[in-house]
Structures are given as structure tokens and as C-alpha cells.
Design a protein around this ligand. Structure first.
Ligand SMILES: CCCCCCCC(=O)SCCNC(=O)CCNC(=O)[C@H](O)C(C)(C)COP(=O)(O)OP(=O)(O)OC[C@H]1O[C@@H](n2cnc3c(N)ncnc32)[C@H](O)[C@@H]1OP(=O)(O)O
Length: 238
């Protein structure tokens, strides 16, 4: 099982110290997820709401005492992989990320479990449709990444078959349908505990022209591609 993250081209300087920092970053994000959930569901009195809002602003200032102005992008992590910790679906540092833990099977099928709370409500008791599409985008998109073709979503056609219920464990899957050079068509679905499809997606991921020359030699998990398998071989950069 792997999450398909590419290996970092440069060695991580002090992985042990970085692991401690990551633990603290992850813990902060997790505590904020709990705060967001509490913010949505609380029924405390107005005075308490105002007092807590003031306390939260104070905490925000503490964090901004030292902060970068740019978004996070992709960073090397303590395990020597490249990860996007700010990603709103999988980002360990992002409190609005569920976060999804996407893993790949030997056959290339990517999967993640999904159980969302009140902060993601669309129709009463159900996950917002935009969130459903975003989850599918991420999990289905990780299948091309797994074979060294981390493309951007050119299209994502989502069909909503039945409500995706809040507070219920679902399974999200993504797999490749067809590889055409730098274009990968992939599909995926979300299933409820009874195995019923709640939503499914058909998507195209395209490695942008500007990125192709950097992906000529995939590293990390992507290096597991069989060079003889022409279906997963990118064409010459054009
Ligand atoms: C682990 C990682 C998981 C990641 C999952 C999440 C991914 C995301 O959410 S990405 C964010 C959302 N997507 C975007 O912002 C993408 C915006 N669009 C773009 O950047 C570009 O249009 C992009 C990259 C799709 C293609 O641009 P570019 O690299 O210049 O190539 P371009 O020449 O236009 O197209 C390349 C090929 O794709 C085809 N193509 C492009 N768009 C489409 C489309 N919408 N439908 C069908 N085919 C398309 C073209 O026809 C062309 O085909 P061919 O090579 O056979 O002639």
C-alpha cells in the first residue's frame, strides 16, 4: 500500500526534527477541525460566542507572529516524500481538509475512507455536492499520479446517484480507464456501507505541457512503472 507521493529529489536535512514539527502541525490542524465542527454545532449563549471569538482572534495573532505569505505548495516531508500539506482534501496542515488518507493497491486502484461531519453539510444531513466532487477529484486524480502522470483535471463529470450521508463511513475509489500519452482518463465512485454507489465520476487528467519535461523520469512510487508497458509511458515532450 502506498499513497503514491513522489520521492523528494533532495535529501531532507533533519528528518527527526521535521517529524516533530509535522506532529505539532498535524495536531494543530486536527484541533482546529474540532473547533470548526464545534463552531457549526454549538448552542452556547451569545456572551460565550463573543468571548470565544475574541479568544480565537488572539490565537490567530499568535500563529501569524511568524508565517509565510505564500501558500504552501509542495514540500519534502520527514519520510523523504513530496507532499502538499495545504491541500484542502489531503493536507495534513489544512483544517478544512477531512483529511483524506489515499492509498493505492497493487492493481493501481486508489481508495480512501470518507466520513464527514456538520461542516460539510449541503442538503440536510448530507454531504454538499461540491464537496463530493472535490473528494472524487482528489481520489480519482491520484490514480494518474500513481503511474507518474500527475495531471491537472481537464474535466470531472460527476453523477450523484443517492445522497452521501454525513457521519457515515463511505469508501471512495479511483482507477485508470485509459492512458493516452500525457492524458489519463480515470473513473471513481463513492459507496455507502451497504456498497451502494452514492456518486461516481468520469474524469480526464492532463499533464500540462510546461510540466512534461520534468516528468520524463518519474521517481518514487511512480518508478514502479514497468518500462515495457507502453500504456503507461509518456510520449516525447512536445
Ligand atoms: C495526487 C494528485 C491528485 C490531484 C487531483 C486534483 C487535481 C485538480 O484539482 S487540478 C485543478 C483543476 N484543474 C485545472 O486548474 C486545470 C486548468 N487547465 C489547464 O491547466 C490546461 O487546460 C490543461 C493542463 C488541462 C491542458 O493544457 P495544456 O497543457 O496546455 O495542453 P493542451 O494542448 O491544451 O491539451 C493537451 C491535450 O489535452 C486535451 N484536453 C485539454 N483539455 C481538455 C478537456 N477539457 N476535454 C478533453 N480534452 C482536453 C487537448 O485536446 C489535448 O489533446 P491532444 O494532445 O490529443 O491534442
Amino acid at each position: 500500500m502506498t499513497d503514491g507521493a513522489f520521492a523528494s529529489p533532495a535529501a531532507v536535512e533533519d528528518p527527526d526534527a521535521l517529524a516533530v514539527t509535522e506532529q505539532a502541525q498535524g495536531d494543530l490542524a486536527e484541533s482546529l477541525r474540532e473547533l470548526v465542527d464545534a463552531c457549526v454545532r454549538t448552542r452556547v449563549d451569545d456572551g460565550t460566542l463573543m468571548a470565544v471569538a475574541q479568544e480565537v482572534r488572539t490565537l490567530t495573532q499568535r500563529l501569524l507572529a511568524r508565517a509565510q505569505s505564500d501558500p504552501l505548495g509542495i514540500e519534502a516531508t520527514s519520510d523523504g516524500r513530496l507532499r502538499d500539506h495545504g491541500n484542502p482534501m489531503v493536507g495534513m496542515r489544512n483544517p478544512i481538509a477531512p483529511p483524506l488518507a489515499v492509498t493505492g493497491d497493487a492493481d493501481g486502484t486508489m481508495s480512501a475512507s470518507l466520513c464527514l461531519g456538520a461542516a460539510y453539510e449541503g442538503p440536510p444531513g448530507c454531504v454538499h455536492g461540491g464537496m463530493v466532487a472535490a473528494v472524487l477529484d482528489q481520489v480519482v486524480g491520484s490514480a494518474p499520479a500513481m503511474i507518474g502522470r500527475p495531471g491537472l483535471t481537464a474535466y470531472l463529470n460527476t453523477s450523484y446517484r443517492r445522497p452521501t450521508v454525513l457521519g457515515t463511513e463511505h469508501v471512495v475509489r479511483g482507477w485508470i480507464e485509459e492512458v493516452d500519452g500525457w492524458k489519463v482518463r480515470a473513473r471513481g465512485d463513492i459507496r455507502d456501507p451497504q456498497g451502494r454507489v452514492t456518486a461516481e465520476a468520469d474524469a480526464l487528467f492532463v499533464v500540462p505541457r510546461w510540466a512534461r519535461e520534468h516528468l520524463g523520469t518519474p521517481t518514487g512510487d511512480a518508478a514502479g512503472i514497468d518500462p515495457a508497458d507502453t500504456a503507461t509511458q509518456g510520449p516525447a515532450t512536445s
